[in-house]
Ligand binder design. Structure first.
Ligand code: HPA
Length: 278
C-alpha cells in the first residue's frame, strides 16, 4: 500500500462530514484503566471505525473500535476507543492512520496512555510512568516509505517528542492523586507474546523502565507532524522474570481495573489543567 496525503484526507473528510463545525483540540488514545473516562465524554458523536473509509478496525480484545467527538472536563476531544497495534498484523505504515487523520482534523495535542510491564524494579504494579522517552529497536518506522511533505520532513528530530511542559504538568498533577508516579523510558516490543526474562534484562540494561506493545507508533506519527505528546503508562504487572510467575492478559486487565478509579481522577486533573496551547 502506498500512502498519500489524499489517502488520509479521505478518512478525515468523511469524519468532518459527520462532526460538522465541532473542532476538537486534544486527541486521546486511551489504554487499559481509562475506559470510564471515555464514558464521561458529554453527548459524544460516535463514529465506528468500520464506517470510516481507509481506516483500520480494532481486533485486540477489549478494544472497542470507535471514534468519539465531544467535550469532557471542558476540553474538546477526539478520542479513540480502541487502538491499533503491530501485533494485530498491521504494517507499521498503517499505524500512522489514526494520528494523521487527527492532524488533518486539527488536533493540537495528543495524549496516549497504555498498560505496561514494569522493568524498573523500584516500580510497583499500579504505579504510573510518565513517558520521558522511548526505546524502539524492533519493527519498522511508521514513517517508512515515501515522505508525505504535508505532514513533515523526511528526517525529523525526536529529541523532545514527549513534550517537557506536558510532562511537568503531569508531575504536578500527581500530588494528592494517591498514585505513585515516575518518569521513565518506555521500551517498545512488538508482541503479542510477552517478553522473555532475558529480553527484559537486556531492556533494563539499555535504560528501559517499562515494557509495552503500543503508543510508540502513535507518538512518532505525532512527532513527525509537529503535535506535542503526553504519554502515560500504567504498570499492570512486573515485567517478565522480575517475579517468579507467568504473565497473562487477565493479570493486566485485573490490575488496570483495580487502579482505574484513581487513574481516572488523576487523568481528569491533567485534562483540567492542560494549557490551551503548547
Ligand atoms: N510487556 C509488554 N506489554 C505489556 C506488558 C508487558 O509486561 N504488560 C502490559 N502490556
Amino acid at each position: 500500500m502506498q500512502f498519500t496525503y489524499e489517502y488520509y484526507k479521505t478518512s478525515a473528510d468523511y469524519i468532518k462530514g459527520i462532526i460538522g463545525d465541532f473542532q476538537p483540540e486534544i486527541g486521546l488514545i486511551l489504554g487499559s484503566g481509562l475506559g470510564g473516562y471515555v464514558d464521561r465524554i458529554e453527548d459524544p458523536i460516535v463514529i465506528p471505525y468500520k464506517d470510516i473509509p481507509n481506516f483500520l478496525i480494532s481486533t485486540a480484545p477489549g478494544h472497542e473500535g470507535k471514534l468519539l467527538f465531544g467535550t469532557v472536563d471542558g476540553r474538546k476531544v477526539m478520542c479513540m476507543a480502541g487502538r491499533f497495534h503491530s501485533y494485530e498484523g498491521y504494517e507499521f505504515e498503517q499505524l500512522t492512520i489514526p494520528v494523521r487523520v487527527m492532524k488533518i482534523i486539527g488536533i493540537k495535542m495528543l495524549i496516549v496512555t497504555n498498560a505496561a510491564g514494569a522493568i524498573n524494579k523500584s516500580y510497583n504494579v499500579g504505579d504510573v510512568m510518565i513517558i520521558k522517552d522511548h526505546i524502539k529497536l524492533t519493527g519498522a518506522s511508521p514513517m517508512r516509505g515515501p515522505n508525505i511533505d504535508e505532514f513533515g520532513p523526511r528526517f525529523f528530530d525526536i529529541t523532545n517528542m514527549y513534550n517537557k511542559d506536558l510532562r511537568k504538568l503531569a508531575v504536578a498533577c500527581a500530588e494528592g492523586s494517591g498514585l505513585t508516579i515516575h518518569e521513565g523510558n518506555y521500551f517498545f516490543f512488538t508482541g503479542p507474546q510477552f517478553e522473555t526474562p532475558a529480553e527484559i534484562i537486556a531492556a533494563r540494561t539499555l535504560g528501559g523502565d517499562a515494557a509495552g506493545m503500543s503508543t510508540v507508533t502513535e507518538a512518532l506519527t505525532a512527532a513527525h507532524c509537529g503535535i506535542p505528546v503526553l504519554g502515560l503508562s500504567l504498570m499492570t504487572n512486573m515485567a517478565a522474570g522480575v517475579l517468579d510467575q507467568p504473565l497473562s492478559g487477565e493479570e493486566v486487565n485485573e490490575a488496570a481495573a483495580k487502579v482505574a478509579p484513581l487513574l481516572e481522577k488523576y487523568f481528569t486533573k491533567i485534562m483540567q489543567n492542560l494549557p490551551k496551547e503548547i
